[in-house]
Design a protein around this ligand. Structure first.
Ligand code: DUC
Ligand code: ZN
Ligand code: ZN
Length: 466
């Protein structure tokens, strides 16, 4: 009888802290041995010349989230996780949006029903708290955190989602007591409203105005306020999708004061600019997301945050809408003003190849830092470590084998999400994950899908230690 179901040999194994050549022995979905030369497996993969990394974890994706009337997100759990898998991810963390007044257990039940049997990767959920009533904060949320739903997002923007400072404080207080992890979307809604009205009065309604009405100051102020609220509530927080140097510096200063702030940035802030929203006709709508892409100087500031450790997480904020579609970016209402264009861009499949190509292969960051930014820190932050996010004995055998010699041009036609465009169309990329292993099963085999829908499972999370 074989000792292993699968051996991966001759590859360069990289974790957040180490790099070594070794064989990995996998049995019953777990990594059971790491050694110089292993023998006795049903299948052996020769990974010579390739990197053997923990499967990617994208902790910021939106899938099947209900939108306003007539608008539909492009991806469901099938297409969203399939696209994630082809981009080297083995776990994604989508958001479950609480409708106003909806009990959180009902919210979760609805998303579990959407995910069950449909996922190609493992999933774990974040909650979006939209209605922090006394009963939600007093009973429902603490019970759910204890049940393994340990992360939640609150918004400082979007008219129908934003929480007041008082509501955020009360939510943070629950997080302090329960060990929940709070992610905060930092943009000042009142300032945005003021600017939107001004631009519309001047007849400036094109997609580019989306960026002008959400300037850096709007994000910097809200980031500072979120950090201040966390300081008052005495709890760590995650500042998501940081787009610029000024917001990044708020995180740096907070850490210098001893606060535990986790920072996240995304590919769009390294590679896109507000000028992309200026496309012909309404093409700029393809790049409408919040916070918006900035300029080349701010791209560089975000790179600095990646290099110097201010950012702990590199996520996609995958939030896909179709472009040429009345239910997407070109909705009848969306064509009347930038303020009605659905916010969000696809990117779960291209997240890691972009950072690998533009960050690792250019020498800006090490392979170890790449692993930390794209897998390990996500597992640590959201209670999935060490089962996920590393290559170690006892961990889930979730592995992506990267070929640094592959050269590709990003074409949406080659991607697997259900949108109809990529904001990164035409970008030249070196390096791509060619083989992906989920729970010990080869699910992408040299670029060919061998995994099955439903193979990905829900994974509950462990709350922060309090
Ligand atoms: N901004 C968000 O906050 N969420 C989804 C997409 C976006 O652009
Ligand atoms: Zn957000
Ligand atoms: Zn988001």
């Amino acid at each position: 009888m074989n000792s292993f179901d699968l051996i991966i040999e001759n590859g360069t194994v990289v974790t957040a802290s180490d790099r070594f050549t070794a064989s990995i022995g996998i049995r019953d979905g777990k990594i059971v041995q790491i050694g110089e030369k292993l023998e006795g497996a049903a299948r052996v993969i020769d990974a010579a010349g390739r990197y053997v990394l923990p499967g990617g974890i994208d902790s910021h994706v939106h899938i099947s989230q209900p939108q306003g009337p007539g608008i539909e997100m492009a991806d469901d759990f099938e297409t969203g996780t399939l696209s994630a898998l082809y981009g080297g991810n083995t776990t994604v963390l989508p958001f479950c949006l609480q409708e106003k007044g909806q009990p959180l257990r009902e919210t979760l039940k609805a998303y579990h029903a959407l995910a069950e049997g449909n996922c190609y990767t493992d999933v774990s959920f974040h909650l979006i708290i939209n209605d922090p009533s006394d009963s939600l904060l007093g009973q429902d949320l603490p019970a759910l955190v204890a049940d393994g739903y340990q992360s939640l997002k609150v918004f400082m923007t979007y008219e129908d989602l934003r929480l007041s400072d008082g509501e955020i404080l009360k939510t943070l207080d629950v997080a302090r007591k329960t060990g929940a992890t709070v992610m905060i979307h930092c943009e000042n809604e009142d300032a945005i409203r003021f600017l939107i009205e001004k631009h519309e009065l001047e007849g400036d309604v094109k997609p580019r105005a989306h960026a002008s009405t959400r300037p850096v100051a709007v994000e910097r102020e809200a980031t500072h306020r979120a950090i201040t609220l966390a300081e008052i509530a005495e709890v760590p927080i995650v500042i998501v999708h940081v787009s610029n140097g000024q917001a990044r510096d708020e995180i740096t200063r907070a850490r210098q004061r001893g606060l535990k702030i986790t920072g996240e940035t995304c590919p769009q802030y390294l590679t896109l600019t507000a000028d992309d929203l200026d496309g012909m006709d309404w093409e700029g709508a393809k790049f409408v997301c919040s916070p918006p892409p900035r300029d080349e100087k701010e791209q560089e500031e975000c790179w600095i945050g990646i290099e110097n450790g201010t950012f702990d997480l590199f996520s996609s904020d995958h939030c896909p809408f179709r472009y040429n579609d009345e239910r997407g970016k070109l909705s009848p209402k969306g064509k009347t003003s930038f303020r009605h264009i659905p916010n969000g861009i696809p990117g779960v499949e291209t997240r890691m190849p972009i950072l690998f190509s533009k960050g690792v292969l250019t020498g800006r960051i090490s392979m170890e830092r790449f692993v930390e930014l794209t897998a390990t820190n996500h597992a640590r932050t959201y209670g999935l470590y060490p089962q996920k996010g590393t290559i170690a004995i006892g961990a889930d055998a979730d592995i992506a084998i990267w070929d640094p010699e592959v050269s590709r041009t990003i074409r949406h036609a080659d991607l697997h999400d259900a949108s109809d465009y990529s904001p990164y169309e035409g970008m030249e990329i070196n390096g791509w994950p060619t083989t992906v292993i989920l729970g010990g099963d080869v699910v992408i085999d040299n670029g060919t899908l061998t995994g099955k829908k439903g193979q990905g499972k829900y994974r509950s999370a462990t709350p922060r230690k309090i």
